[in-house]
Design a protein around this ligand. Structure first.
Ligand code: GLU
Ligand code: MG
Length: 429
């Protein structure tokens, strides 16, 4: 490795990637025993303040144990040295998983899903973000794409070189907005890639002097920056189980039950996937974010959208059909996001009530009776806390710290006008 340093990191409850660098010469030892970490760091808010009266205080020690497969090489550019970032599990000093670790939350959700059903998840996180510092060219235009060069091509090339499998890179609708999509990957890999991809975008933009932000919404008058989570289920032999040509929306009854769990626990799930006060300025109708807690065929206002399949040539729809969860944003930790979707889906499989599938022709009037999403973070966090089933998905220290951190962030922006709130959050993300 030509890098002089290696950065070992976690992604925390505020979706911040925090950790420590070691000299590259210590890589072997670091992969074996990790680097030191402090339990109270879990209680850091997105604004950098330690949540007072957190469970951990000044005592305790952890290790950040890197996953050798969850790495991203950031190349040097002649002036700024490169480095390698490893995502890590937080463990006790003996290597046992720490209950507060968000990555372990996803590991356990994936394991429990497989143990209970023999199913595996593949997923992909689709991200929107806004680049500043350039003229505002038209939505979706070639002009906007080219104005963002060489950043765009550097991003796509770096993602390919790092094996993150970029799928498309496009100028989006909002002002200075872009979107990047990655190929589907096994559950943990998809969440790791989401975390690493955000950091790569920020790193490349910083080098080019371009302000960049994944804020859920930069201006309440504009559209938001979504993180849409595409996911599918397959059996132990890798066969897709979500497709049924004869069912409404071609969604198998198993997939409709899985979706039913997500809809039934939507307020609690949304608290985790849209965990910032600004998230709720984005999650309002007519922004194509998510206008209500319903499942619909190819409808961009749905919380759960049945994504289209391509029938050109002899492409097999059963291998393409999947669900897209639209109410996440980049203030959420991808490990927790995928973890709660799996937990809610598992609850749906257990209680057996399939979600109603709205056809593409459903009108706004048809959908009006469907439950709305929480209208603010305080309401969402209360819903999470009072959903007995959802509470059971989390180790106590993880849930109580999550609630405390997110409530502290809410208090920190109390009374701010909406646009000031968006600006403050944009500076962090
Ligand atoms: N910007 C929309 C959001 O906040 C998504 C638009 C789209 O790509 O469908 O989720
Ligand atoms: Mg988009």
């Amino acid at each position: 490795m030509t890098n002089k340093t290696v950065f070992v990191a976690t992604c925390d409850l505020a979706a911040q990637v925090r950790g420590r660098a070691v000299p590259a010469s210590r890589l072997e030892q670091t992969l074996r025993t990790g680097v030191g970490w402090v339990p109270a760091n879990l209680a850091l808010s997105c604004f950098g303040a330690l949540t007072p009266d957190n469970l951990f205080g000044s005592v305790g020690d952890l290790r950040l144990l890197p996953d050798p497969d969850a790495a991203l090489d950031i190349s040097d550019d002649g002036e700024i040295p490169g480095t390698r970032v490893y995502l890590a599990d937080q463990t006790d000093l003996d290597g046992r998983p720490w209950a507060g670790c968000p990555r372990n939350f996803l590991t356990r959700a994936l394991d429990d899903l497989f143990a209970a059903t023999g199913l595996r998840v593949h997923a992909s996180f689709e991200h929107e973000f806004m680049l500043g510092g350039q003229a505002d060219h038209p939505p979706f235009s070639f002009q906007r794409l080219r104005a963002a060069e060489p950043f765009g091509t550097e991003l796509v090339s770096a993602l390919e070189a790092a094996g993150l499998e970029p799928e498309s890179w496009l100028p989006e609708y909002g002002s200075g907005q872009f979107e990047i999509t990655l190929r589907p990957a096994p559950g943990m890999v998809s969440a790791d890639r989401a975390i690493l991809m955000r950091e790569l975008v920020r790193d490349l933009a910083r080098r080019r002097g371009l302000p960049v932000t994944f804020v859920p919404i930069a201006d309440p008058a504009d559209v938001g920056n979504g993180v849409h989570v595409h996911f599918s289920l397959s059996d132990a032999d890798g066969r897709p189980v979500m497709f049924d040509a004869d069912a409404p929306g071609r969604l198998s009854s198993l997939a409709a039950r899985f979706a039913g769990g997500i809809l039934r626990h939507a307020p609690a799930v949304v608290a985790v996937t849209a965990p910032n006060p600004s998230s709720y300025l984005r999650l309002t109708p007519h922004r194509w974010s998510a206008g209500g807690a319903f499942l619909a065929d190819r409808n961009r206002e749905a919380l759960l959208r049945i994504a289209p399949t391509v029938q050109i040539g002899d492409a097999d729809p059963s291998r393409q059909l999947h669900l897209e969860y639209r109410a996440a944003d980049a203030t959420a930790n991808p490990w927790l996001v995928l973890g709660v979707l799996i937990r809610a889906g598992l609850a749906g499989l257990a209680d057996g009530e399939p979600a109603r599938v709205w056809p593409e022709t459903a009108t706004e009037a048809d959908l009006a009776a469907e439950p709305s999403l929480p209208t603010g973070l305080a309401e969402a966090l209360d819903a999470l806390e009072s959903d007995e089933v959802a509470r059971g998905w989390f180790p106590d220290e993880l849930l109580s710290t999550f609630l405390a951190v997110r409530r502290a962030e809410l208090a920190a922006v109390s009374g701010l006008p909406e646009i000031e709130l968006c600006r403050k959050v944009a500076r962090v993300y």
